[in-house]
Structures are given as C-alpha cells and as structure tokens.
Design a protein around this ligand. Structure first.
Ligand code: NIG
Ligand code: FE
Length: 424
C-alpha cells in the first residue's frame, strides 16, 4: 500500500490505542507512548503506527509528504466536546460586575447573561454568525482541536434563531477542516416572555421544536441547562426524554452552580455526558459511574466564574466515572477557545495527571460525541486527525501553560494548520 503522508522520528508518539470506548480508572493513564514513533497515512485514514521504520508492505513515492517529528510530541487531534460556538456579541461588561462579586445566576436573573447573548444572536445575520464562529473555529484548530461540538441555545423561543445557529454549524462543518457535531439546546434559559409560565415554553420545546430538529436533521444531541432558577430536574428529564424519542441523544448541564441532582438525573436518563458537575453529589457521582455517563469537565469555566470551586475530577476517576475535558467556549461563563489552557487547568488545579488529561481531551472527548470508533486515538483504520506539538514530551505541554504549543495539525490526512513562527 502506498502512503500519502508519513510522520517519522517522533520523539513522543502518544497513540491512546485501546478499546473504542471511554476509558476509566487506570485506563485513563495508559496512553501507549511510543518513542521514535512513525505514522503512515493514506487518504483520510491512518494505515500504520509503530516504532522507527515502516514495514515492507507500506511504500512511498515522490508524491509522499514527509514530516519530521524530531523534538515533537504527537497526539490524536484534540476533541472539544462542549462549546457554544455559534453566537452573537460578547459580554466583557460582565467582568466588572463579577469583580464586584456578582454571581453568574444573579446576572442571569437580572435579565443579563445568556439573555444579552440571546438578543445579540437574534439580531445577527447568518453571515455575521458564520464569520464570528469561523474565526473561533480557526483558533480552535490552531490550538490542536480537530472535532468540536456546537450548541444552539441563544434563540430560545425564537426558534428561527435556534435553527439559524444550527445551520451555521452545519455550513461550517461542510466548509471548515474541523468537524462539528451539533446539539440542540433550546432549553438554555427561560425566555423573558415565558418568565411567568415556563411550562408553556417547555411544551413548545417538546411539542414543536424537538420534532422539527429531528425532521430537519439539525442536531445529534439534545442538552438542557438544569440549574436553580432555570430548568428543574423534572423539566430537564421531560425534555431529554422527548429528545430521545426523536433520536436526539441526551446531554445535560448538571450541578454547575447548585447541587440539584443533575448527576443523578443524567444516570437515570442515560445521558451520554453530564457536564460541569462542580456541585455534583457523591451519590450522583456513584450513579454516573454505574451507568457509564461521561463527566465532561470544564475547568476554565470555574476559573472564569471566580468561585474557586472546581469539579472533583480525581474522585470521579477513582470512582470509575469516565472523564472528558472541554473548553465550554461561550461569551459569558468561558470566553476562551484554548483547549491547551483547559488541559493545564485540569492538571494544575484539578490535579489530573498529564496522562489522564490527554485521555480526557481525546478518546473520552470522542466518546462524549459518540465518535469513539472513528476518532480519539492513533491507530490503523481511524481518521488521520493528529496534533503535532512543538514540545519534547506530554508533561511539557501542560507545564508550560497559557501558550500555544501546536506545530502542525493534520485533519483528515491533510495539513490543516501549520505554525509560521517559532515564537508564538
Ligand atoms: O455552559 N451554563 C449555561 N450555559 C453556558 C454559559 C452560557 C452563557 O453564559 O452564555 C455554560 O456555562
Ligand atoms: Fe455550556
């Protein structure tokens, strides 16, 4: 077989080879590190992974591209499995409020927060949303991310805006190197016009929006913000179960600020992921472990909310909950596209080892999007989605924090990003 692209002499090749499912407990530390590694790619697939040299049955010719991996660390392309990629406007004015001690839910309750982004997103045209989201997606790719999840949720009862957001995600998925997986999150806040009658809004989501999302094939997942003053556990259960009936897999923003029982709900409904979980109860964590619900943790959000509270990531791993990591990129609680910073926070603040971190940011992220059989590890048959870091080892990427270590990103077998300077 002839290879189109070879990466050789890789100082540290982290393959994450193993079962095509979210990894748990000590599996999260088994990253399969190959020294002096070599990878062969044909088309958009990996055809060989090993040490030193290619076997005889893999040939090269004048058209084969060679990349030298000396001094580099190569990992599967990073997966950012929780973002609010498509939205209008920004919320830097909330910084001053937060510095004065205003809480996230307080700002939301006062009609700011998500509501101000809802206004900006409703007012934005398709092209404006597309251009803004594309800029973020370019940035994400630059940080080594090859697959991104994108939620709606800034249209709320204005269903056309919800659809507009999902159609922007769909078009970007077609146009951009990075793959986008779409999530319908109409249940992101109670719209002002339904403040006194949230039941009516829930009926609208269940009766009209979810069936239409299914019909138009706009999303793979359904998500709900289960939080005090937003959607109750019972509201969330109803919405997620309605989504399931219409082929949308459940995810939930659970126990982000208050301990409501979101983790328990995620286990009962059979959510693919429960996200945030800063205030998750021990019982909820145990139930998630039993049901194999992935904990999608978002430490950059905790950092930005200035509460000093982070999810109990170590305990979750010990208890057997598979852990994933994401940016939660959004204009309010987490305005950053930088997955590498999230990885550093996960280690420096939440105390995950670099091995647990890279597992959480690759194969467990892939499983969070139900793509574990296609991406998330470097092995023959999987998509050729790889990140080449200008770093001598994995620990270095996490330790030297806040900067971008990406040298090149290979997406679907092509060089999708290449750094042009050594001092970035
Ligand atoms: O995941 N918590 C709810 N949703 C987002 C924030 C969205 C926003 O503030 O605009 C989150 O943190
Ligand atoms: Fe979120």
């Amino acid at each position: 077989m002839k290879a189109d692209l070879i990466i050789k002499n890789i100082d540290n090749l982290i393959t994450l080879r193993g079962p095509n499912r979210a990894r748990v407990k000590e599996e999260m530390r088994e990253i399969d590190l190959i020294k002096n590694g070599i990878i062969a790619i044909k088309g958009d697939k990996i055809i060989y992974v090993g040490e030193d040299k290619l076997p005889k049955d893999i040939q090269t010719d004048g058209n084969t591209i060679f990349i030298d991996g000396k001094g580099k660390t190569v990992t599967p392309g990073l997966v950012d499995s929780h973002t609010h990629l498509v939205h209008g406007g920004s919320r830097e004015h909330e910084l001053a409020m937060k510095l004065k001690g205003a809480g996230y839910l307080e700002i939301l309750e006062a009609g700011g927060g998500i509501h101000s982004t809802v206004k900006a997103t409703r007012e934005a045209t398709f092209d404006e949303l597309y251009r803004k989201a594309k800029k973020s997606l370019d940035r994400m790719l630059g940080y080594g991310v090859t697959t991104v999840e994108a939620k709606s949720g800034y249209g709320l009862d204005d269903f056309n805006t919800e659809i507009k957001q999902m159609e922007v995600a769909k078009k970007l998925n077609e146009d951009h190197h990075v793959d986008i997986v779409s999530t319908f999150m109409g249940a992101h806040a109670i719209p002002s016009s339904y403040k006194d009658n949230p039941r009516k809004f829930i009926d609208l989501i269940i009766g009209e929006m979810i069936p239409e999302v299914e019909k138009k094939k706009l999303a793979k997942f359904c998500d709900v913000f289960c939080e005090k003053g937003v959607f109750t556990v019972e509201d969330s259960r109803e919405i997620l179960e309605a989504g399931l009936k219409h082929g949308l897999l459940p995810k939930v923003h659970a126990d982000e600020i208050e301990s409501l029982g979101g983790a328990e709900l995620a286990a009962e409904v059979g959510c693919i992921t429960a996200d945030h979980l800063v205030a998750a109860s021990d019982k909820g964590i145990g139930m998630m472990a039993e049901k194999g619900v992935i904990a999608n943790l978002l430490p950059a959000t905790s950092f930005n909310l200035q509460t000093g509270k982070f999810a109990k990531a170590k305990k979750m791993i010990e208890e057997g909950v598979p852990v994933a990591l994401s940016t939660d990129y959004n204009p309010g609680s987490c305005p950053t596209e930088n997955m590498q910073l999230v990885m550093s926070f996960a280690s420096i603040i939440m105390k995950l080892t670099p091995e647990e971190v890279i597992t959480a940011a690759t194969i467990n992220g892939a499983a969070s999007l139900k793509l574990e059989d296609k991406i998330g590890s470097i092995e023959p048959g999987k998509k050729a989605d790889l990140t080449i870091f200008d770093a001598p080892n994995l620990d270095y990427i996490i330790y030297h924090f806040g900067i971008n270590h990406t040298d090149k990103v290979i997406k679907n077998g092509e060089i999708a990003f290449e750094r042009f300077s050594n001092i970035l």
